[in-house]
Design a protein around this ligand. Structure first.
Ligand code: 13P
Length: 251
């Protein structure tokens, strides 16, 4: 089993004052946790604030998206090197909320994944199926094809320094998390899919679970063999709940 990783995804929440409170509480509550890595992915404008408050702590920070392009006339986009300028070390790629609302294709997501890696950022690649796809029993096919776009273009070795987050769309923000067996079974599938091409990459790959993680279900989820931590939305906005999740990971 890997050292666990817990990532806060603040989504489009916060302001300077509330972030200050929340990050202060994170630092107080989480700096003694030695057995787990903690990352907070903030909205772009607050990267400087995260950097100022979190440097010299055990908590790392990152962003929730990045441009697929390196530099140029791309109004409104933010490049990988800009994220690096603010000390970011992780970036979420292909979150379903973006894939749906902003029509991100698997090809775009694959390009972003490489942009992140080429600039020394660890990509957190989100994959997952809809409820209809799960009910139809095609969830492995769906997740497999999301991974295939990257594997077919760049090879499986790129997963050695990456994180994949399994986020079933039906579990995001619904309060209805996947059961630990459902999550474990998909995580095992993801790892074996990468292993079929590159065993070393599959072994070092961290696979997080995301979707209504809370301090209670985290305990059951994080003991599973292939669950290396969590990507946490709502509960990351509450320092006490986030601490509970990080503690479950540190056990
Ligand atoms: P919730 O934890 O609010 O369900 O969000 C999960 C998520 O989308 C993390 O990226």
């Amino acid at each position: 089993m890997h050292r666990k990783l817990v990532v806060a995804n603040w989504k489009m929440h916060g302001n300077l004052a509330s972030n200050k409170q929340l990050l202060t509480a994170y630092i107080e509550k989480l700096s003694h946790l030695k057995n787990t890595d903690v990352v907070v992915c903030v909205p772009y404008p607050y990267l400087a604030q995260a950097q100022a408050m979190l440097q010299n702590t055990h908590i790392a920070w990152g962003a929730q998206n990045l441009s697929k392009d390196t530099v140029g006339a791309f109004t409104g986009e933010v490049s990988a090197s800009m994220l690096k300028d603010f000390g970011a070390t992780y970036v979420i790629i292909g979150h379903s909320e973006r894939a749906t609302a902003y029509c991100e294709s698997d090809e775009n997501i694959a390009t972003k994944f490489m942009q992140a890696q080429q600039h020394g950022l660890t990509p957190i690649l989100c994959v997952g199926e809809t409820l209809i796809e799960r009910e139809a029993g095609v969830m492995q096919m769906v997740v497999g094809s999301q991974l295939d776009t990257i594997i077919n273009t760049y090879g499986a070795a790129v997963f050695a320094n990456a994180v994949v987050s399994y986020e079933p769309i039906w579990a995001i923000g619904t309060g209805l998390a996947a059961s630990s067996d459902q999550a474990q079974s998909m995580h095992e599938f993801i790892r074996s899919k990468v292993a079929a091409y590159d065993l070393a990459a599959a072994t070092s790959l961290k696979i997080l679970y995301g979707g209504s993680v809370n301090p209670q279900n985290a305990v059951q989820l994080f003991v599973m063999q292939d669950i290396d931590g969590g990507l946490v939305g709502k509960c990351s906005l509450n320092a006490q709940e986030f601490e509970g999740i990080c503690r479950a990971a540190a056990q």
